[in-house]
Design a binder for this molecule. Structure first.
Ligand SMILES: [Ca+2]
Ligand SMILES: [Ca+2]
Ligand SMILES: [Ca+2]
Ligand SMILES: [Ca+2]
Length: 342
């Protein structure tokens, strides 16, 4: 009962947040174009862009705000080896590497965005790496990121930028465009060092560009500098991340991501649709489930030792108390195991 109530509150909160974000420009009453009509136009325009543009500059000035600024220009001499098209890096074994992934929306609650499958391209120019075990991590689509960005239209017009600052964004927030939560998990963070004067340096952070169909951006809602139905190009720098624990059960979201085939991505599906990230099959994915095995004992209690301290995630025991067998069934996911605080 308390569990149902909890999700009801989460749902209400989500609906409230999204309805606040919708009507920034309510002067237009033109019905939006069907997604199935607009998406083929967008993806053709994006792929044309990838075939006709190249990386003309990447700034290399470590420690400076403009470090790793990326400039993309239109190809003027296709025979020049210095003007390799962005598309030529598709699935490259070396960096830069362009990859694509499909964002399926048909299983989600309310079948948003026309229930279509959207292709998102991301270009990784530099893989983020950590230092002595810190950083070099991928965010999941529910985490918060600390990032720099520059947004442009396909014609090169810059519509927004973090001006080489570092800005926090909660990828799970309804106020963030869908494309960001789908594309940021393709980049890794770097690491932060402190200077004697109290300032910090961002080192070895992930650098790249994301190419988003309009439905992954603002779709028909024109924004300052962004006409309706604009595909968006964001060059991004992923400095750092902050892990989320949406159900506050003591296990961060990224460790409640069960399905390895959709690594780093978790979704809420419509009632009756099996969710690979839902261990107990009760319709609530683990990252929102306060009782992941549905044994009526909260996950939070099942992952503490007898002194009330949380086990490190990879030390959570199985029902027998074993903490070493790699593929053991951890006891918070074992509905036949109701051991608390031991
Ligand atoms: Ca959690
Ligand atoms: Ca569940
Ligand atoms: Ca959980
Ligand atoms: Ca439980």
């Amino acid at each position: 009962m308390s569990k149902i109530k909890f999700y009801f509150i989460v749902l209400i909160a989500m609906i409230t947040v999204s309805s606040c974000n919708k009507d920034n420009n309510d002067e237009e009453i033109i019905p939006p174009k069907p997604y199935a009509e607009q998406y083929p136009i967008d993806i053709a325009a994006i792929e044309n862009y990838l075939n006709t543009h190249y990386i003309s500059d990447v700034v290399n000035k470590p420690g400076f705000p403009e470090d790793q600024d990326v400039t993309i220009s239109e190809i003027t001499d296709a025979s020049s080896p210095d003007q390799r098209s962005l598309m030529s890096y598709l699935n490259s074994n070396t960096l830069p590497r362009l990859t694509s992934r499909n964002v399926e929306t048909s299983n989600e609650v309310g079948s948003p965005l026309g229930g279509l499958t959207y292709k998102i391209y991301t270009l990784v120019i530099r893989e983020g790496v950590g230092n002595v075990g810190v950083g070099g991590e991928y965010p999941c689509n529910m985490d918060a990121v600390f990032a720099g960005y520059k947004g442009t239209l396909l014609d090169g017009t810059v519509f927004d930028s973090s001006n080489n600052g570092q800005t926090p964004f909660d990828l799970s927030s309804a106020g963030i465009i869908r494309g960001w939560s789908e594309a940021f998990p393709q980049f890794k963070t770097g690491w932060v060092s402190s200077n004697q004067d109290g300032t910090v340096n961002y080192n070895d952070f992930g650098v790249g560009v994301m190419f988003l169909p309009s439905a992954m951006g603002y779709y028909g809602n024109a924004q300052a500098g962004i006409p309706a139905y604009s595909p968006l190009v964001f060059s991004v720098k992923l400095y750092a991340l902050k892990r989320a624990d949406h159900d506050a059960d003591g296990i961060p979201d990224f460790q409640e991501d069960v399905d390895p085939s959709h690594n780093r991505y978790m979704y809420v599906f419509a009632t009756g649709v099996a969710n690979p990230d839902d261990s107990d099959g009760d319709g609530i994915p683990d990252f929102l489930d306060i009782d992941d095995d549905n044994d009526t004992y909260s996950t939070r209690g099942e992952i503490k030792d007898k002194d009330g301290n949380y086990y490190a995630f990879d030390k959570i025991p199985d029902c027998s108390g074993d903490q070493t067998i790699a593929n053991r069934l951890k006891r918070h996911l074992d509905k036949n195991c109701t051991k608390m605080n031991q």
